[in-house]
Ligand binder design. Structure first.
Ligand code: MV4
Length: 494
């Protein structure tokens, strides 16, 4: 494999290219008209424009991407996450064109792309699952009987949904019929597939996922867990590895289950098996994501592996160079997704130019980003600016390092989730490890960042006054002080 094409943009395209370059592999970028000046285009050895800004006219066009391979002589495609990364039809088209997809087989994508077929595959290996229906609901009365058996509240899920889309909580049996009809028509319009099923609703779950790697020789290992319980509206904001709640025993059990789920579809490549953990520390399989995930860096930090290099080696047909017993957790890592969103305004996406953009540096800090100062955040794509990852020997050290890194991060021109990250890092529920997926709703509101801002504003005022005093004493020092007070002012915008 001498040359690979990266069918993605932003931080993940850069991140993949960096690993490829370290392996002596040439890289080809593809880009839309909105990304002409993007860093991933500049970083690649070659770049091909594949269409206008909207992703359905560029990054989602399978033919354009395959054509770009043929034009440049790229032999393999890394799809990153999102876009075409879990599209079985794309995986088939890549194969048919005589190219290699750095990822799982189309068959594995298909089975895991539907929650009911995913559960059916997992059932063959006796994986714990939330009580509910194992098939799509066809008979309303039968379903209602099952719901009563399972016990309310229950959750209606769309088989074709994923990542929280198409879910509905039903509190009591008298609401069942109405909610069921709404769920089906929603599923039809959102996914073109009205298949729905029910599960008992786990009220205060923690979201824990296991990273797996499978090679083309039938070897499958897991790389332990990531916890992603701090999310809002099904969008993860903070992830960490390991989880603060798992015991070594549960970790081993979950790991084994994840490997079995992967084995059920002869999984090849990097994948993630998602579980929820209830108050009794019982865990249940939910779904499998057949791609490299946004939050993969925390796993890299605690295992010392480069997941993209592993993916490439697997795609080249190499065997995994380690067994499960060789792998261990070292230290603790936390990731904060820095979104161009305003936490004080219901996390509304914020658009604009990165007037100031300075990333934190130093020991144990990793920033995966795709922007530079002066660049505009395009409105066409995901509003994630960067991933800020900190590593420490202990969870406490990783948290303190995250706070330090957030304080160093300077972004002006747009609102970001940095201040929200600081709020979480300092919150007792998070530091004690006593939290669940309802953290944001339970503890965070628009006023949560107010106190912090007032302190910062006060500090800025003190700086300004002292600058003014010094200005009276000497004109030359005043200039220096003025820049300090500006920096303070910028910090308030975070
Ligand atoms: C659940 C659940 C509770 N009970 N299933 C959300 C994402 C998708 N992968 C599955 N998800 C969930 N499935 C049962 N039976 C809780 C979640 C869930 C969640 C639900 C509501 C609000 C936020 C959530 C965050 C993580 C998981």
């Amino acid at each position: 494999m001498n040359k690979i094409l990266i069918a993605n943009r932003g931080e993940i395209a850069l991140r993949i290219m960096r690993s490829a370059r370290e392996m002596g592999i040439k890289t080809v970028a593809v880009y839309s008209e909105a990304d002409r000046e993007a860093l991933h285009v500049r970083y690649a050895d070659e770049a091909v424009c594949i269409g206008p800004a909207p992703s359905n006219q560029s990054y989602l066009l399978a033919e354009k991407i395959i054509e770009a391979c043929q034009v440049t002589g790229a032999e393999a495609i890394h799809p990153g996450y999102g876009f075409l990364s879990e599209n079985a039809a794309f995986a088939r088209a890549v194969q048919a064109a005589g190219l290699t997809l750095i990822g799982p087989t189309p068959e594995a994508m298909e089975v895991m792309g539907n929650k009911l077929s995913a559960k059916a595959a997992a059932l063959r290996y006796n994986i714990p699952m939330v009580p509910g229906t194992e098939e799509a609901i066809t008979d309303l009365e039968e379903a209602k009987k099952r719901a009563v058996e399972v016990g309310f509240p229950i959750l209606i899920k769309a088989a074709a949904g994923g990542g929280g889309k198409g879910m509905r909580v039903v509190e009591q049996v008298t609401d069942f019929e109405e909610q069921m009809q709404l769920a089906v028509s929603e599923a039809v319009s959102a996914f073109g597939d009205g298949a729905v099923f029910i599960e008992r609703y786990v009220q205060s779950p923690r979201h824990i996922e296991i990273q797996v790697l499978g090679d083309t020789h039938g070897n499958i290992v897991h790389l332990f867990e990531r916890e992603c319980s701090i999310q809002r509206r099904h969008q993860k904001v903070i992830e960490e590895a390991p989880s603060s709640i798992l015991t070594a025993e549960i970790r081993a059990q979950m790991g084994k289950c994840a490997v079995d789920v992967a084995r059920a579809v002869n999984y090849v490549g990097a994948g993630t098996v998602e579980f929820i953990l209830d108050e009794n520390l019982d865990f249940f399989f939910l779904e499998m994501n057949t791609r490299l995930q946004v939050e993969h860096p925390v796993t890299e930090m605690i295992t010392g592996l480069d997941l993209v290099k592993e993916q490439i080696k697997i795609a080249r047909g190499e065997r995994l160079s380690y067994q499960q017993e060789d792998l261990q957790i070292n230290g603790h890592a936390i990731e904060l997704r820095v979104y161009a969103e305003d936490p004080e305004n219901n996390f509304l996406p914020d658009i604009g130019t990165l007037q100031t953009y300075n990333t934190p540096k130093g020991n144990g800090v990793r920033v995966d980003d795709g922007f530079e100062q002066g660049m505009e955040i395009p409105i066409y794509y995901d509003p994630m600016i960067a991933k800020l990852i900190t590593y420490g020997q202990t969870r406490e050290e990783a948290i303190h390092r995250m706070i330090r890194a957030i304080d160093e991060y300077q972004i002006t021109g747009i609102q970001t989730t940095l201040g929200f990250g600081r709020f979480v890092m300092k919150h007792e529920a998070f530091t004690s490890g006593n939290f669940d997926t309802h953290f944001v709703n339970k503890y965070f509101n628009a006023d949560s960042l107010k106190n912090e801002e007032e302190t910062e504003a006060l500090m800025a005022a003190i700086f300004a006054v002292s600058a003014l005093k010094k200005e009276k004493m000497s004109g030359s020092i005043a200039l220096q002080q003025e820049s300090t007070s500006n920096w303070r002012k910028n910090r308030i915008n975070k």
